[in-house]
Write a protein that binds this ligand. Sequence first.
Ligand code: NAD
Ligand code: WQD
Length: 336
Amino acid sequence: MNILVTGGAGYIGSHTCVALLKAGHKVIVADNLYNSTNQALDKIKQISKEELTFYQIDVTNESAVDDIFTNHNIDGVIHFAGLKAVGQSIEIPLTYYYNNIVSTMVLAKACKKYHVNRFVFSSSATVYGDNTVPFVETMNLLPTTNPYGETKAMSERILTDIAKANPEFSVALLRYFNPVGAHESGLIGEAPNGIPNNLMPYVTQVAKGKLEKLRVFGNDYPTMDGTGVRDYIHVVDLAEGHVAALDNLKEGAHVYNLGTGKGTSVLELVKAFEKANGIEVPYEIADRRPGDIASFYADASKAKRELGWTAKRDIIAMCRDAWRFEKKYKDLVESK
Ligand code: NAD
Ligand code: WQD
């Protein structure tokens, strides 16, 4: 199939392009490179030994999106393009609502006009809010504490309503848990600008000596060792989940958790990183981070049942591959 991948130069998008090309699909990437560079596109080609088509456009731009649908016989859309920094979304909510909601509507409109009935959307476990764990797709969504999470819940509702009105439209709403790691080649991975907010990129930068020590946000949560528990998922497993979702689309809107179903605490992740890579990660215990919840992980059984997909890579592989990328590729980028 010809798949339009919005945000395909980004962290999860680039790994998904590799998985799509490997599965024999043709890939058309639309990305404004706001949070990525076109080097990722070269690396996708290098890993997959396949070509792809790239448009540097903003997907909120209706006529630019229309041009892509005119130029290519698009069979399906995977919509990754979006802004994703939770804290920043509180400071500039309008930018988040505009970018994340308008992009979804522009793409849905183009799909309607060009009779494209396959759509896969990047949602987030953040839409569950403070529900009880494990998070199951049938749960009522609770309000999130930030505009970013609201844009995901709203986009899910918009796409669900469109699918209700057009029975031929098939949408998979994929709720990712905590994506980490990198492609095993070390050529693509997560490269946040500035000081990372998320745990794994912070840990890799401490390991490299770029940051002095990790601050563990809270050790008094009601968890096995008092530190926060999350469901970390290897980004390559996540990418493969998108291919499975595309292959198993069915009419209507269907929600799937993409997680491992297993919770790992902050200290367990630090220990796993040290074991996987033979490097010490200095840390200190700090206050809880406002807005954090103690623990969340997926009930991952629906994706297994309906998509035939499960995450295969363990926490050691996630730590090993994240570190390989930090060492190998980011040196090349940062030395330029
Ligand atoms: P990323 O920032 O690495 O990738 C997003 C890409 O979209 C970037 O390349 C950026 O330049 C592009 N983009 C943003 N707005 C655009 C626009 N208007 N037009 C064109 N391109 C645009 O982020 P990621 O981690 O790969 O996340 C991909 C998607 O998955 C996002 O929608 C994100 O909200 C969602 N998600 C991410 C996580 C996570 O922890 N990384 C978790 C759950 C959901
Ligand atoms: C994980 C754990 C922290 C940094 C966020 C978004 C979510 C989704 C994924 C997009 C927590 C602890 C972290 C540090 C620490 N993104 N931590 N020291 O908050 O679970 O989820 O990314 O959809 O919406 O909210 O991920 O990696 O920031 O934190 O102790 O320097 O690591 O307290 O327990 P989070 P995270």
